[in-house]
Write a protein that binds this ligand. Sequence first.
Ligand code: AMP
Length: 189
Amino acid sequence: MLNIVLFGPPGAGKGTQAIKLKEEYNLVHLSTGDLLREEIKQETNLGLEAQAYMTKGELVPDEVVIGMIASKLEQNKTVNGFIFDGFPRTTEQAEALDNLLSSHNSSITKMLSLEVDDEELVARIVQRGKDSGREDDKNESVIFNRIITYNKKTSPLKAYYDHQAKYHIVDGIGSMDEVFERLKDKIQN
Ligand code: AMP
């Protein structure tokens, strides 16, 4: 199996690139952000609980997102692999993912980290807010909180995957196709 963690701060381009990678390598795309937004749309209890965190730019509790990923892995047992987008975001989630995959006799192949500077991130998120209407992309203090949360809780995962010799840096500045070529290059080499 080819299991890729597509990593990076909010606005780095993970969602866009994940869709392209899913098509290129015939993978199942698992975005916890998309799954949570779907729960909110369906007005489920899980969605209502998650929304309180998301509107503030904070992380939804680990057990909630880990549970969602566990059931998706259970539903997709005979696939080529997965592209994890926006998950894991904490050390606890990364450990849980390793354990879940190992119970399916699998593991993460590579973690690809899209690097984009903070100034460019904010500009991209503000633009996305205008295009998609995502609530958490519209408020500047929520955007900053998401970037601070990423730096504090999520970026330590670079060291986590580096210890497993799976951490690869990819320059996230450039056209969609340029970044896609860089990602494919890291996957293949
Ligand atoms: P995203 O679409 O990945 O930018 O996620 C949007 C929001 O959903 C985040 O700001 C978090 O509030 C929540 N979220 C998404 N994925 C996770 C995760 N793996 N762990 C905790 N919260 C998450």
